[in-house]
Every structure is written in C-alpha cells, then in structure tokens.
Design a protein around this ligand. Structure first.
Ligand SMILES: [Zn+2]
Length: 112
C-alpha cells in the first residue's frame, strides 16, 4: 500500500503507524473531507445495510477522509445503524457520530 504523509509530503510504502520523516501518526491524518455513502436506498435488508456500513467504515479508516455521511433513510435501518454506531464508538472504531438535524435520513460519522 502506497500513501503520502499529509504533514510533510513523504511518500511511504507499506503500512507504518508513523511517518519515518516527520513522525506524524499516519492513522490519525485526514484531509478534512467527507464522503457520502448510501446504504439504504436499494431495498437493502437491515443486515445488508449494516454489512455495507461496516465495510465502508473499514475502508475509509485506511484512507484520509475525516467523516462519512451515511444515508440511512428513516425506517428500521436508521435505528439499527445508530445502535451499531454506538457499539463502534464504544470500541473506538469511530470517533463520534451525529444525526444531522437538517437531514433526518442521514448520519454523519466522524472517523478521525
Ligand atoms: Zn511525514
């Protein structure tokens, strides 16, 4: 895996926790961006939506985005996603999450 240290621009191959040049913690770096992932608009069942959420979070944590906006709809998936996120937050896999008052159908998950 090839990545760039966002602090000093050093190109790093392999998986390292800290940049060999500036010692910045690579797994905490983010570029401030938010990606939006729709996990509930293709007729997914709850279990499918939760699996999709988990794989998107796993993937995003390896990258440099700061947050994921999960589009969850307003039904059962939303309730289950909030429960699952509470669990992930407890285990330290996400930093925090917030149901957006402007859009009840989505949840903003802060990863870093
Ligand atoms: Zn660096």
């Amino acid at each position: 895996m090839q990545q760039i240290c966002l602090e000093c621009g050093m190109s790093i191959s392999g998986t390292m926790r800290n940049c060999p040049k500036c010692d910045n913690a690579l797994n905490l770096q983010h570029d401030g961006s938010t990606i939006t992932v729709d996990i509930a608009h293709h007729g997914e069942r709850v279990s499918e939506a939760l699996r999709k959420m988990q794989s998107e979070i796993d993937l995003a944590r390896k990258g440099v985005v700061m947050s994921i906006r999960l589009v969850v709809g307003s039904g059962l998936i939303r309730d289950e996603v909030l429960l699952a996120l509470r669990d992930l937050q407890f285990r330290g896999e996400v930093k925090d999450f917030d149901t957006e008052s402007s859009n009840r159908g989505s949840v903003l998950v802060r990863l870093k």
